[in-house]
Design a protein around this ligand. Sequence first.
Ligand code: NAD
Ligand code: TYD
Length: 359
Amino acid sequence: MPRHLVTGGAGFIGSCYVLQARHKNVSIVNLDKLTYAGNLENLSSLADDPEHIFVRGSIGNAELVMYLLETYQPDAVVNFAAESHVDRSIKDPNEFVTTNVLGTCTLLNAVKDWWLKRPAAQKVAFRFLHVSTDEVFGALKPDDPPFSETTPYSPNSPYSASKAGSDHLVRSFSETYGLPVLISNCSNNYGPRQFPEKLIPLTILNALERKLLPIYGKGDNIRDWLHVEDHCSALDCILESGNVGESYCVGGRSERTNLEVVQVICGILDEVAPSAAGPYSDLIRYVADRPGHDFRYAIDCSKIESKTFWKPEHSFESGLRETISWYLCNQSWVQHVRSGEYHTWITTNYAQRNKEDHA
Ligand code: NAD
Ligand code: TYD
């Protein structure tokens, strides 16, 4: 049975990857620090699964990483562990450098030291897959061609700069030590179990509680949305057939303005959870913009499509419906993640913005 060491596997995308991997009978060692974004409830269906070994700890702990590598001898390391929210990176960039840059470097170094001592055949077969973002490429104008693997890096937020730093380190470990690395640069994900600080779950949950729906700036910024399950199937394809040392852009060809996304969510909620208080779109409010707000992201994913035959299975409309239904059906998950630290973040991020309300 193949075995993967997954980092950050209790987060939104990592947990989806772990669940899909177990479905395909891949054994998983899951190293996660359980920050505010890590949630073992995401993996509750694996509670009695002996082939999912969960270890609470940091990618920045070299001894722990080395212990896990030596004990479990994985065929691949898949690195999801990161601080992932742009707004938090604007408030506190240091944590992003600590985890995304220094943490990734420590992880890479431990993997490299372990990998160098592996027998030749296992060295050749091993893969280090680094899960990155399209945000490293910066911002597009309305008529620019989409990002591709040859687009120069031009990150604009502390989050994207820290992810760019980690991508460069990963690449350098391939060039310098020959470590068999792969990098994915994916567009915005949505789907079940996303922490409700991000646009789509925040909008769904605020709407259901008849709270205001904050839109930064004019709502005309554009993101390319991909269902999390399609991202994880792309990662499998890259692991299986990607060329060592190369990067792969992954996207949904589903560009939408933020206002469109919020309006579609409101429309679906009007159908499936109508409110006597009126249409959900009445709750939309324009608030102060994000500093350095990237205008548009879009992905040309022809490389992964032609090299690996990957295709997304969810359309944005149907995926969004399923996602809304998941949040409606999983109220206990919602209540747990919205307690404690969540309240502090929401107050910090939106108090000032609301004072500068643009409505
Ligand atoms: P997330 O914030 O939901 O989860 C991150 C996970 O990493 C959490 O479980 C957290 O506990 C864990 N973690 C944080 N620091 C750690 C450390 N030092 N050691 C071990 N674990 C640690 O993030 P996500 O949305 O699931 O994103 C996962 C990865 O995918 C990130 O690297 C992100 O940059 C990348 N990505 C995300 C998106 C998106 O739209 N969410 C798109 C493209 C790429
Ligand atoms: P987000 O989900 O934070 O992802 P990212 O910043 O990685 O793209 O934000 C998606 C878009 O939605 C982004 O353009 C910022 C915008 N946004 C809002 O308009 N209001 C909000 O409350 C949030 C969280 C995001």
